[in-house]
Design a binder for this molecule. Sequence first.
Ligand code: GDP
Ligand code: IMO
Ligand code: MG
Length: 423
Amino acid sequence: MKVDVLLGLQWGDEGKGKVVDVLTPKYDVVARFQGGPNAGHTLEFEGQKYVLRSIPSGIFQGDKVNIIGNGVVLDPALFKAEAEALEASGHPLKERLHISKKAHLIFPTHRILDAAYEAAKGKSKVGTTGKGIGPTYTDKVSRNGLRVGDIALNFEEKYAQAKARHERILQGLGYSYDLAELEKAWWEGIEYLKQFPLVDSEHEINALLDEGKSVLCEGAQGTMLDVDFGSYPYVTSSNTICAGACVGLGVAPNKIGDVYGIMKAYCTRVGSGPFPTELFDETGKKIRDLGHEYGAVTGRERRCGWIDLVALRYAVMVNGVTKLIMMKSDVLDTFDVVKACVAYKVGGEETSRFPFDIEHGVEPVYAEFPGWKTDMTKMTSEDEFPEEFNAYLTFLEEQLGVPIQIVSVGPDREQTIERYTEE
Ligand code: GDP
Ligand code: IMO
Ligand code: MG
């Protein structure tokens, strides 16, 4: 069997959690391959809302196996809080949530380092989620990290050494902090982790594939936040693109099947960094209000703008997207006009190719469409789609060269429409 991958094509928060939950019944296993508690994946069903951070979004559909892969960075304290809240709400996970021994641990001092580096950057700060993501991946790459599997191996001594190294850096930065509470919760989290199956997830996934089981990989963040291909340095510290699923789970490239690319009908970004189609006017505010565009975890205001097809074409290319999913089209239901950026004007010249620098002198060129002015939130079939909406979909498909297979018209699991396919 092949592994399908679902990932964000924009700057995160596209609605990955919702769609992974919707697609899970078709799969045997759901796996996260990168990122950590910087993610906030929202799911809504039966009048309840859940926000997942480290736990895969397949956890609510039956007894599917969910895997936290080696590419993920895990904060034991935040993980314990998240898992306990789920168990308390009637969703037992202990047996069916497997955690890779190779996943790296986020320390309390990684979180403090994250804050200290941001403070030192001043105006050019990244606007991180403050969860210690960058410092943890830095330690991984510089071969100083500790992994989940290390918990069983002389762990306290290794922890003390790593912490001392972090404290020397913090001293050098002149950053003051208080560790006591964070550390207490962290050690409780370490004990709690031991109750879960800690596995060699690369062996497990490949064995499941050999048995004919199907796997869905759930991306976190989005392509424009990828450390190589995103709007560097205003990115996260992992490879969010499809190739990240191979590295973050130990799945060979020839095992990848469908790549679901997910995008909003418009675009948002949270944190600092360039955003060519950002709207600073009433339209941007209207999108934010109607789309409730505030961070799922941090509550931060998300910046809003029109859909950017230059960036999306690039994202489709680097991910090898085979199927598109369009979210939150209902947010545009009342708009008279809907716009899509089809090219950038750079130095007076029009280009449809995503350039190295999108921070300076990039002006979006827009195509305009009449709005559909129809409440789509109760629709259940594409037969009900208004003509103007279909025209917008067709245009996007032509521009991106990939069919839009799913359209989401509201936050609930039920508000999801699968379109007809030729298969
Ligand atoms: P993720 O990080 O990609 O999983 O996305 P988030 O959960 O951070 O943000 C998506 C937000 O949009 C959440 O509040 C969802 O409940 C909500 N949402 C998802 N799909 C739709 C949709 O089709 N319409 C509307 N109005 N909201 C949606
Ligand atoms: P989900 O999975 C949106 C952004 C932060 C910041 C940058 C780096 O919910 O889509 P980090 O804490 O990773 O070092 O922050 O990346 N960011 C996200 N933005 N959605 C996310 O996750 C994000 N995770 C990180 O705002 O700009
Ligand atoms: Mg999110």
